[in-house]
Design a protein around this ligand. Structure first.
Ligand code: HEM
Ligand SMILES: [Cu+2]
Length: 472
Protein backbone atom coordinates (compact mmCIF):
# COMPACT_ATOMS: atom_id res chain seq x y z
CA UNK A 1 0.00 0.00 0.00
CA UNK A 2 1.46 3.38 -0.87
CA UNK A 3 1.81 6.13 1.70
CA UNK A 4 -0.76 8.42 0.07
CA UNK A 5 -3.44 5.74 0.27
CA UNK A 6 -2.45 4.82 3.81
CA UNK A 7 -2.65 8.46 4.92
CA UNK A 8 -6.10 8.90 3.45
CA UNK A 9 -7.35 5.72 5.12
CA UNK A 10 -5.94 6.95 8.45
CA UNK A 11 -7.69 10.31 8.11
CA UNK A 12 -10.93 8.55 7.29
CA UNK A 13 -10.67 6.34 10.37
CA UNK A 14 -9.79 9.26 12.66
CA UNK A 15 -12.76 11.19 11.29
CA UNK A 16 -15.22 8.35 11.92
CA UNK A 17 -14.04 7.74 15.49
CA UNK A 18 -13.89 11.40 16.52
CA UNK A 19 -17.20 12.24 14.86
CA UNK A 20 -19.05 9.59 16.86
CA UNK A 21 -17.43 10.68 20.13
CA UNK A 22 -18.09 14.38 19.54
CA UNK A 23 -21.61 13.72 18.36
CA UNK A 24 -22.28 11.91 21.64
CA UNK A 25 -20.97 14.99 23.48
CA UNK A 26 -23.51 17.06 21.48
CA UNK A 27 -26.26 14.61 22.35
CA UNK A 28 -25.22 14.84 26.00
CA UNK A 29 -25.76 18.63 25.90
CA UNK A 30 -29.25 18.22 24.46
CA UNK A 31 -30.02 15.65 27.21
CA UNK A 32 -29.01 18.14 29.91
CA UNK A 33 -31.01 20.91 28.21
CA UNK A 34 -34.04 18.62 28.12
CA UNK A 35 -33.74 18.22 31.94
CA UNK A 36 -33.19 14.49 31.61
CA UNK A 37 -29.90 14.06 33.46
CA UNK A 38 -29.66 16.91 35.95
CA UNK A 39 -26.98 15.29 38.11
CA UNK A 40 -24.45 15.66 35.26
CA UNK A 41 -25.09 19.38 34.78
CA UNK A 42 -21.61 20.45 35.83
CA UNK A 43 -20.24 18.67 32.76
CA UNK A 44 -22.28 20.75 30.31
CA UNK A 45 -19.69 23.46 29.66
CA UNK A 46 -16.62 21.20 29.51
CA UNK A 47 -18.53 19.04 27.01
CA UNK A 48 -19.62 22.12 25.06
CA UNK A 49 -15.99 23.15 24.80
CA UNK A 50 -14.80 19.69 23.77
CA UNK A 51 -17.62 19.34 21.26
CA UNK A 52 -17.12 22.80 19.74
CA UNK A 53 -13.33 22.81 19.42
CA UNK A 54 -13.35 19.14 18.52
CA UNK A 55 -15.90 19.44 15.73
CA UNK A 56 -14.43 22.64 14.28
CA UNK A 57 -10.96 21.06 14.28
CA UNK A 58 -12.10 17.67 13.06
CA UNK A 59 -13.91 18.94 9.98
CA UNK A 60 -11.10 21.33 9.21
CA UNK A 61 -8.54 18.48 9.10
CA UNK A 62 -10.98 16.20 7.31
CA UNK A 63 -11.51 18.81 4.60
CA UNK A 64 -7.77 19.38 4.24
CA UNK A 65 -7.34 15.61 3.95
CA UNK A 66 -9.89 15.60 1.08
CA UNK A 67 -8.34 18.62 -0.61
CA UNK A 68 -4.84 17.20 -0.35
CA UNK A 69 -5.95 13.89 -1.89
CA UNK A 70 -7.60 15.78 -4.74
CA UNK A 71 -4.58 18.03 -5.10
CA UNK A 72 -2.31 15.01 -5.45
CA UNK A 73 -3.95 14.33 -8.81
CA UNK A 74 -2.34 17.50 -10.14
CA UNK A 75 0.60 18.32 -7.86
CA UNK A 76 2.87 16.42 -5.47
CA UNK A 77 2.08 17.24 -1.81
CA UNK A 78 4.43 15.58 0.67
CA UNK A 79 2.88 12.47 2.16
CA UNK A 80 5.37 12.63 5.02
CA UNK A 81 3.99 16.01 5.99
CA UNK A 82 0.46 14.60 5.87
CA UNK A 83 1.60 11.83 8.21
CA UNK A 84 3.23 14.44 10.47
CA UNK A 85 -0.07 16.36 10.50
CA UNK A 86 -1.86 13.23 11.66
CA UNK A 87 0.52 12.74 14.60
CA UNK A 88 0.39 16.45 15.49
CA UNK A 89 -3.40 16.38 15.43
CA UNK A 90 -3.57 13.32 17.70
CA UNK A 91 -1.13 14.93 20.16
CA UNK A 92 -3.13 18.18 20.19
CA UNK A 93 -6.34 16.24 20.83
CA UNK A 94 -4.71 14.48 23.83
CA UNK A 95 -3.93 17.85 25.43
CA UNK A 96 -7.49 18.97 24.72
CA UNK A 97 -8.94 15.85 26.34
CA UNK A 98 -6.75 16.35 29.41
CA UNK A 99 -7.81 19.96 29.86
CA UNK A 100 -11.50 19.16 29.46
CA UNK A 101 -11.82 15.81 31.28
CA UNK A 102 -9.22 16.23 34.02
CA UNK A 103 -9.35 20.01 34.45
CA UNK A 104 -12.97 20.72 33.47
CA UNK A 105 -11.77 23.56 31.23
CA UNK A 106 -14.90 25.11 29.82
CA UNK A 107 -14.32 28.43 28.05
CA UNK A 108 -16.21 27.45 24.90
CA UNK A 109 -14.84 26.67 21.50
CA UNK A 110 -13.34 30.09 20.77
CA UNK A 111 -11.99 30.54 24.35
CA UNK A 112 -12.79 34.24 24.24
CA UNK A 113 -10.38 36.39 26.21
CA UNK A 114 -10.39 36.82 29.24
CA UNK A 115 -12.64 33.84 30.04
CA UNK A 116 -9.83 31.23 30.04
CA UNK A 117 -8.31 33.11 33.00
CA UNK A 118 -11.56 33.67 34.88
CA UNK A 119 -13.43 30.40 34.83
CA UNK A 120 -12.44 28.87 38.15
CA UNK A 121 -10.73 25.80 36.66
CA UNK A 122 -7.07 25.14 37.50
CA UNK A 123 -4.42 27.18 35.67
CA UNK A 124 -2.84 24.01 34.31
CA UNK A 125 -6.12 23.20 32.55
CA UNK A 126 -5.98 26.56 30.77
CA UNK A 127 -2.35 25.90 29.89
CA UNK A 128 -3.13 22.43 28.60
CA UNK A 129 -5.91 23.88 26.43
CA UNK A 130 -3.68 26.64 25.04
CA UNK A 131 -0.92 24.11 24.36
CA UNK A 132 -3.42 21.92 22.55
CA UNK A 133 -4.45 24.78 20.26
CA UNK A 134 -0.79 25.73 19.76
CA UNK A 135 0.20 22.21 18.72
CA UNK A 136 -2.78 21.92 16.40
CA UNK A 137 -2.27 25.36 14.86
CA UNK A 138 1.46 24.87 14.29
CA UNK A 139 0.96 21.41 12.80
CA UNK A 140 -1.75 22.59 10.45
CA UNK A 141 0.32 25.58 9.38
CA UNK A 142 3.11 23.23 8.30
CA UNK A 143 0.57 21.07 6.51
CA UNK A 144 -1.05 23.84 4.51
CA UNK A 145 2.30 25.46 3.72
CA UNK A 146 3.36 22.16 2.19
CA UNK A 147 0.20 22.00 0.09
CA UNK A 148 0.84 25.56 -1.08
CA UNK A 149 4.42 24.57 -1.89
CA UNK A 150 3.15 21.74 -4.07
CA UNK A 151 0.88 24.16 -5.95
CA UNK A 152 3.66 26.74 -6.33
CA UNK A 153 5.94 24.11 -7.82
CA UNK A 154 3.59 23.55 -10.72
CA UNK A 155 1.80 26.89 -11.18
CA UNK A 156 2.70 30.55 -10.80
CA UNK A 157 0.54 32.35 -8.26
CA UNK A 158 -1.37 34.08 -11.06
CA UNK A 159 -2.10 30.74 -12.73
CA UNK A 160 -3.12 29.02 -9.49
CA UNK A 161 -5.57 31.84 -8.81
CA UNK A 162 -6.85 31.73 -12.39
CA UNK A 163 -5.93 35.31 -13.25
CA UNK A 164 -5.36 34.33 -16.88
CA UNK A 165 -9.04 33.36 -17.12
CA UNK A 166 -9.99 36.80 -15.82
CA UNK A 167 -7.78 38.37 -18.50
CA UNK A 168 -9.65 36.38 -21.15
CA UNK A 169 -7.04 33.71 -21.87
CA UNK A 170 -7.99 30.05 -21.90
CA UNK A 171 -4.72 28.32 -21.02
CA UNK A 172 -3.04 26.86 -19.13
CA UNK A 173 -5.78 24.65 -17.72
CA UNK A 174 -6.11 25.04 -13.97
CA UNK A 175 -8.69 22.69 -12.46
CA UNK A 176 -11.21 24.48 -10.21
CA UNK A 177 -10.11 22.23 -7.33
CA UNK A 178 -6.60 23.70 -7.55
CA UNK A 179 -7.91 27.25 -7.82
CA UNK A 180 -10.27 26.92 -4.86
CA UNK A 181 -7.69 25.11 -2.78
CA UNK A 182 -5.12 27.83 -3.52
CA UNK A 183 -7.55 30.55 -2.43
CA UNK A 184 -8.48 28.65 0.74
CA UNK A 185 -4.92 27.86 1.72
CA UNK A 186 -3.70 31.42 1.24
CA UNK A 187 -6.50 32.62 3.51
CA UNK A 188 -5.65 29.63 5.73
CA UNK A 189 -2.20 31.06 6.40
CA UNK A 190 -3.82 34.30 7.60
CA UNK A 191 -6.22 32.24 9.72
CA UNK A 192 -3.54 30.21 11.48
CA UNK A 193 -1.22 33.19 11.92
CA UNK A 194 -3.94 35.18 13.66
CA UNK A 195 -4.48 32.12 15.87
CA UNK A 196 -0.78 32.06 16.70
CA UNK A 197 -0.80 35.78 17.61
CA UNK A 198 -3.77 35.32 19.96
CA UNK A 199 -2.01 32.43 21.66
CA UNK A 200 1.19 34.44 22.07
CA UNK A 201 -0.83 37.20 23.77
CA UNK A 202 -2.38 34.62 26.10
CA UNK A 203 1.03 33.19 27.03
CA UNK A 204 2.40 36.70 27.51
CA UNK A 205 -0.33 37.51 30.01
CA UNK A 206 0.18 34.19 31.80
CA UNK A 207 3.88 34.90 32.19
CA UNK A 208 3.85 38.61 32.99
CA UNK A 209 0.40 39.28 34.40
CA UNK A 210 0.03 42.23 32.01
CA UNK A 211 -3.54 42.41 30.73
CA UNK A 212 -4.29 42.29 27.01
CA UNK A 213 -6.56 44.55 24.97
CA UNK A 214 -9.87 42.68 24.95
CA UNK A 215 -11.08 44.23 21.68
CA UNK A 216 -7.90 43.32 19.84
CA UNK A 217 -8.11 39.77 21.23
CA UNK A 218 -11.69 39.41 20.09
CA UNK A 219 -10.89 40.65 16.59
CA UNK A 220 -7.98 38.23 16.25
CA UNK A 221 -9.96 35.34 17.73
CA UNK A 222 -12.80 35.77 15.28
CA UNK A 223 -10.56 36.33 12.31
CA UNK A 224 -9.14 32.91 13.21
CA UNK A 225 -12.44 31.17 14.03
CA UNK A 226 -14.47 32.63 11.15
CA UNK A 227 -11.81 31.71 8.62
CA UNK A 228 -11.29 28.21 10.01
CA UNK A 229 -14.94 27.33 9.54
CA UNK A 230 -15.41 29.01 6.16
CA UNK A 231 -12.21 27.62 4.69
CA UNK A 232 -13.13 24.10 5.79
CA UNK A 233 -16.23 24.45 3.65
CA UNK A 234 -14.34 25.80 0.67
CA UNK A 235 -11.82 22.96 0.79
CA UNK A 236 -14.61 20.40 0.79
CA UNK A 237 -16.27 22.26 -2.09
CA UNK A 238 -12.99 21.97 -4.00
CA UNK A 239 -13.17 18.18 -3.66
CA UNK A 240 -16.79 18.19 -4.83
CA UNK A 241 -15.88 20.26 -7.91
CA UNK A 242 -13.29 17.64 -8.72
CA UNK A 243 -15.43 14.52 -8.50
CA UNK A 244 -18.81 15.77 -9.74
CA UNK A 245 -17.97 15.53 -13.44
CA UNK A 246 -17.18 11.81 -13.07
CA UNK A 247 -20.79 11.23 -11.96
CA UNK A 248 -22.62 13.59 -14.30
CA UNK A 249 -20.49 13.02 -17.37
CA UNK A 250 -20.25 16.77 -17.90
CA UNK A 251 -17.12 18.86 -17.39
CA UNK A 252 -17.00 21.54 -14.67
CA UNK A 253 -13.95 23.50 -15.78
CA UNK A 254 -12.47 26.76 -14.56
CA UNK A 255 -13.53 29.82 -16.50
CA UNK A 256 -13.79 33.56 -16.05
CA UNK A 257 -16.78 33.38 -13.69
CA UNK A 258 -15.27 30.69 -11.49
CA UNK A 259 -11.99 32.62 -11.30
CA UNK A 260 -13.62 35.98 -10.53
CA UNK A 261 -15.85 34.52 -7.82
CA UNK A 262 -13.14 32.63 -5.99
CA UNK A 263 -10.72 35.56 -6.18
CA UNK A 264 -13.37 37.78 -4.65
CA UNK A 265 -13.91 35.12 -1.97
CA UNK A 266 -10.31 35.59 -0.97
CA UNK A 267 -10.95 39.24 -0.10
CA UNK A 268 -14.52 38.92 1.16
CA UNK A 269 -13.92 36.04 3.57
CA UNK A 270 -11.21 38.04 5.30
CA UNK A 271 -13.55 41.00 5.88
CA UNK A 272 -16.79 39.19 6.74
CA UNK A 273 -15.53 38.20 10.20
CA UNK A 274 -16.56 41.62 11.47
CA UNK A 275 -20.09 40.19 11.75
CA UNK A 276 -18.93 38.50 14.97
CA UNK A 277 -18.44 41.87 16.66
CA UNK A 278 -21.75 43.62 16.01
CA UNK A 279 -22.49 43.77 19.74
CA UNK A 280 -19.14 45.36 20.59
CA UNK A 281 -19.95 49.04 20.82
CA UNK A 282 -16.26 49.98 21.03
CA UNK A 283 -15.57 48.47 17.62
CA UNK A 284 -15.30 51.29 15.03
CA UNK A 285 -18.74 51.67 13.40
CA UNK A 286 -17.23 51.63 9.93
CA UNK A 287 -16.14 48.00 10.46
CA UNK A 288 -19.70 47.01 11.31
CA UNK A 289 -20.89 48.15 7.88
CA UNK A 290 -17.99 46.39 6.22
CA UNK A 291 -19.04 43.26 8.13
CA UNK A 292 -22.60 43.35 6.86
CA UNK A 293 -21.70 44.13 3.25
CA UNK A 294 -18.96 41.49 3.10
CA UNK A 295 -21.26 38.89 4.67
CA UNK A 296 -23.88 39.51 2.02
CA UNK A 297 -21.31 39.39 -0.74
CA UNK A 298 -19.77 36.17 0.47
CA UNK A 299 -22.97 34.35 -0.39
CA UNK A 300 -22.71 35.16 -4.10
CA UNK A 301 -19.85 32.87 -5.08
CA UNK A 302 -21.30 30.21 -2.83
CA UNK A 303 -24.94 30.30 -3.78
CA UNK A 304 -24.96 31.66 -7.28
CA UNK A 305 -21.83 30.18 -8.77
CA UNK A 306 -21.37 26.87 -6.99
CA UNK A 307 -24.87 25.75 -6.04
CA UNK A 308 -26.43 26.78 -9.35
CA UNK A 309 -23.39 25.43 -11.20
CA UNK A 310 -23.93 22.08 -9.49
CA UNK A 311 -27.65 22.05 -10.25
CA UNK A 312 -26.97 22.86 -13.91
CA UNK A 313 -24.43 20.05 -14.00
CA UNK A 314 -26.91 17.54 -12.59
CA UNK A 315 -30.05 18.73 -14.39
CA UNK A 316 -31.19 15.97 -16.74
CA UNK A 317 -27.81 14.29 -16.56
CA UNK A 318 -27.86 10.49 -16.33
CA UNK A 319 -26.56 10.54 -12.77
CA UNK A 320 -26.05 7.44 -10.68
CA UNK A 321 -27.24 8.49 -7.22
CA UNK A 322 -24.80 6.41 -5.20
CA UNK A 323 -24.17 7.20 -1.54
CA UNK A 324 -21.10 9.29 -2.39
CA UNK A 325 -22.77 11.46 -5.00
CA UNK A 326 -26.00 11.84 -3.03
CA UNK A 327 -24.19 13.07 0.07
CA UNK A 328 -22.02 15.49 -1.89
CA UNK A 329 -25.01 16.89 -3.77
CA UNK A 330 -27.07 17.42 -0.63
CA UNK A 331 -23.95 18.75 1.06
CA UNK A 332 -23.75 21.58 -1.46
CA UNK A 333 -27.46 22.30 -0.98
CA UNK A 334 -27.10 22.26 2.83
CA UNK A 335 -24.26 24.74 2.49
CA UNK A 336 -26.59 27.07 0.60
CA UNK A 337 -29.47 26.59 3.05
CA UNK A 338 -27.26 27.23 6.11
CA UNK A 339 -25.84 30.21 4.23
CA UNK A 340 -29.29 31.78 4.02
CA UNK A 341 -29.67 31.41 7.81
CA UNK A 342 -26.24 32.99 8.19
CA UNK A 343 -27.01 35.95 5.91
CA UNK A 344 -30.20 36.61 7.88
CA UNK A 345 -28.16 36.63 11.08
CA UNK A 346 -25.46 38.83 9.57
CA UNK A 347 -28.00 41.61 9.01
CA UNK A 348 -27.30 44.07 11.80
CA UNK A 349 -30.95 44.91 12.45
CA UNK A 350 -31.79 41.19 12.79
CA UNK A 351 -28.63 40.31 14.66
CA UNK A 352 -29.58 42.66 17.46
CA UNK A 353 -32.50 40.26 18.13
CA UNK A 354 -30.98 36.90 17.26
CA UNK A 355 -27.56 37.44 18.78
CA UNK A 356 -26.70 34.67 21.24
CA UNK A 357 -29.96 32.86 20.68
CA UNK A 358 -30.02 29.29 19.38
CA UNK A 359 -30.46 30.76 15.90
CA UNK A 360 -26.67 30.99 15.79
CA UNK A 361 -25.95 27.29 16.43
CA UNK A 362 -28.92 26.62 14.11
CA UNK A 363 -27.36 28.19 11.06
CA UNK A 364 -23.79 27.09 11.62
CA UNK A 365 -24.85 23.51 12.39
CA UNK A 366 -26.77 23.57 9.09
CA UNK A 367 -23.78 24.25 6.90
CA UNK A 368 -21.57 22.10 9.06
CA UNK A 369 -23.72 18.97 9.50
CA UNK A 370 -25.76 19.10 6.30
CA UNK A 371 -23.03 20.90 4.32
CA UNK A 372 -19.44 20.20 5.23
CA UNK A 373 -19.98 16.85 6.94
CA UNK A 374 -22.02 15.49 4.03
CA UNK A 375 -19.50 16.64 1.44
CA UNK A 376 -16.61 15.05 3.34
CA UNK A 377 -18.48 11.83 4.08
CA UNK A 378 -19.56 11.71 0.44
CA UNK A 379 -16.00 12.16 -0.72
CA UNK A 380 -14.70 9.50 1.68
CA UNK A 381 -17.27 7.02 0.38
CA UNK A 382 -16.36 7.98 -3.19
CA UNK A 383 -12.69 7.44 -2.45
CA UNK A 384 -13.15 3.97 -0.91
CA UNK A 385 -15.61 2.93 -3.61
CA UNK A 386 -13.20 3.97 -6.38
CA UNK A 387 -10.52 1.79 -4.80
CA UNK A 388 -12.68 -1.29 -4.33
CA UNK A 389 -15.50 -1.09 -6.88
CA UNK A 390 -17.81 -3.12 -4.64
CA UNK A 391 -21.36 -3.68 -5.83
CA UNK A 392 -23.61 -0.85 -4.62
CA UNK A 393 -27.08 -1.44 -3.22
CA UNK A 394 -28.65 1.88 -4.20
CA UNK A 395 -31.88 1.16 -2.34
CA UNK A 396 -30.03 0.63 0.96
CA UNK A 397 -27.88 3.68 0.28
CA UNK A 398 -30.94 5.85 -0.27
CA UNK A 399 -32.26 4.79 3.13
CA UNK A 400 -28.95 5.81 4.71
CA UNK A 401 -29.03 9.23 3.03
CA UNK A 402 -32.68 9.70 4.02
CA UNK A 403 -31.95 8.91 7.69
CA UNK A 404 -29.06 11.36 7.72
CA UNK A 405 -31.14 14.09 6.07
CA UNK A 406 -34.33 13.63 8.09
CA UNK A 407 -32.45 13.21 11.38
CA UNK A 408 -30.14 16.13 10.67
CA UNK A 409 -32.73 18.62 9.48
CA UNK A 410 -35.15 17.63 12.26
CA UNK A 411 -32.43 18.29 14.83
CA UNK A 412 -31.65 21.64 13.16
CA UNK A 413 -35.29 22.66 13.01
CA UNK A 414 -35.45 22.48 16.83
CA UNK A 415 -32.50 24.87 17.01
CA UNK A 416 -34.18 27.27 14.54
CA UNK A 417 -37.52 27.15 16.35
CA UNK A 418 -35.76 27.79 19.66
CA UNK A 419 -33.86 30.71 18.15
CA UNK A 420 -37.02 32.22 16.72
CA UNK A 421 -38.51 31.99 20.25
CA UNK A 422 -35.51 33.82 21.72
CA UNK A 423 -34.15 30.79 23.57
CA UNK A 424 -30.56 31.74 24.40
CA UNK A 425 -27.62 29.63 23.27
CA UNK A 426 -25.15 28.20 25.79
CA UNK A 427 -27.68 27.63 28.57
CA UNK A 428 -27.17 24.29 30.30
CA UNK A 429 -30.61 24.44 31.88
CA UNK A 430 -33.45 26.70 30.74
CA UNK A 431 -35.30 28.76 33.34
CA UNK A 432 -39.02 28.09 33.82
CA UNK A 433 -40.01 31.03 31.55
CA UNK A 434 -38.19 29.39 28.68
CA UNK A 435 -39.48 25.86 29.18
CA UNK A 436 -40.18 25.49 25.45
CA UNK A 437 -36.38 25.30 25.10
CA UNK A 438 -36.36 22.09 27.14
CA UNK A 439 -39.25 20.60 25.16
CA UNK A 440 -37.58 21.33 21.85
CA UNK A 441 -34.37 19.75 23.19
CA UNK A 442 -36.31 16.59 23.95
CA UNK A 443 -37.70 16.45 20.40
CA UNK A 444 -34.21 17.14 19.04
CA UNK A 445 -32.99 13.99 20.78
CA UNK A 446 -35.30 11.84 18.68
CA UNK A 447 -33.89 13.36 15.50
CA UNK A 448 -30.30 13.04 16.73
CA UNK A 449 -30.95 9.32 17.24
CA UNK A 450 -32.22 9.03 13.66
CA UNK A 451 -29.13 10.85 12.41
CA UNK A 452 -26.91 8.58 14.49
CA UNK A 453 -28.56 5.49 13.04
CA UNK A 454 -27.96 6.82 9.52
CA UNK A 455 -24.36 7.58 10.42
CA UNK A 456 -23.72 4.10 11.80
CA UNK A 457 -25.14 2.56 8.61
CA UNK A 458 -23.02 4.95 6.54
CA UNK A 459 -19.92 3.88 8.47
CA UNK A 460 -20.85 0.24 7.89
CA UNK A 461 -21.25 0.87 4.15
CA UNK A 462 -18.06 2.90 3.79
CA UNK A 463 -16.17 0.90 6.42
CA UNK A 464 -16.61 -2.31 4.41
CA UNK A 465 -14.93 -0.60 1.49
CA UNK A 466 -12.30 0.92 3.76
CA UNK A 467 -11.36 -2.57 5.05
CA UNK A 468 -11.27 -4.03 1.56
CA UNK A 469 -9.11 -1.19 0.27
CA UNK A 470 -6.44 -2.09 2.84
CA UNK A 471 -5.32 -4.73 0.33
CA UNK A 472 -5.21 -2.35 -2.62
C1 HEM B 1 -25.59 15.56 15.28
C2 HEM B 1 -24.51 16.18 15.61
C3 HEM B 1 -24.43 17.35 16.57
C4 HEM B 1 -25.13 17.59 17.72
C5 HEM B 1 -26.18 16.72 18.36
C6 HEM B 1 -24.68 18.87 18.22
C7 HEM B 1 -25.18 19.50 19.35
C8 HEM B 1 -24.76 20.71 19.85
C9 HEM B 1 -25.33 21.42 20.98
C10 HEM B 1 -26.52 20.93 21.80
C11 HEM B 1 -24.64 22.56 21.17
C12 HEM B 1 -24.86 23.61 22.24
C13 HEM B 1 -25.86 24.63 21.77
C14 HEM B 1 -26.07 25.72 22.79
O1 HEM B 1 -26.92 25.56 23.66
O2 HEM B 1 -25.38 26.77 22.70
C15 HEM B 1 -23.60 22.59 20.15
C16 HEM B 1 -22.68 23.60 20.01
C17 HEM B 1 -21.69 23.61 19.04
N1 HEM B 1 -21.50 22.67 18.02
FE1 HEM B 1 -22.61 21.04 17.71
N2 HEM B 1 -23.73 19.36 17.38
C18 HEM B 1 -23.55 18.45 16.36
C19 HEM B 1 -22.68 18.57 15.30
C20 HEM B 1 -21.74 19.57 15.16
C21 HEM B 1 -20.84 19.68 14.04
C22 HEM B 1 -20.75 18.74 12.85
C23 HEM B 1 -20.09 20.76 14.26
C24 HEM B 1 -19.03 21.17 13.29
C25 HEM B 1 -18.25 22.12 13.35
C26 HEM B 1 -20.50 21.35 15.53
C27 HEM B 1 -19.95 22.47 16.14
C28 HEM B 1 -20.43 23.08 17.26
C29 HEM B 1 -19.90 24.31 17.80
C30 HEM B 1 -18.72 25.10 17.26
C31 HEM B 1 -20.68 24.64 18.92
C32 HEM B 1 -20.55 25.87 19.82
C33 HEM B 1 -19.84 25.57 21.08
C34 HEM B 1 -19.71 26.84 21.89
O3 HEM B 1 -20.70 27.59 22.01
O4 HEM B 1 -18.60 27.08 22.41
N3 HEM B 1 -21.51 20.59 16.04
N4 HEM B 1 -23.71 21.46 19.35
CU1 LIG C 1 -18.28 34.34 10.60
Amino acid sequence: MNLAHKNTLNWIMVTFVLFIVLLLAGMFMRIIQANMFSSAQSWFYPMMTLHGVGMAGLWWVASIACASRVLSRYTAPSECVSRFALYGTVLGVLFLLASVFLGQFAAGWYFLYPLPFKGGWPTWATLSFLLSITILGATWLVWILDLLRSIAKKYTIGQALGWHYILGKTGPDVPPAVLITAVSLIAGVACLLSGVVVLLFFYYEMLTGVANDALLMKNLTFLFGHLLVNLSLYLAVAAVYDVFPSYTGRPWPSNKIVAISWNSVLVIVLLAYFHHLYMDFVQPTYFQYVGQIASYMSSIPAAVVTVFGAIALVYRAPVRWSLGFTLMFFGLMGWGIGGIGAVIDSTIAVNSKLHNTLWVPAHFHTYMIEGLVLMVLGYFYHYCQEKTKLQENLYFQKIIAALILVGGYGFLLMFYLSGAHSIPRRFAVYPADLSSGAQLSGIALIFISIFLLGLVLYIYETGRRWVKSLDV
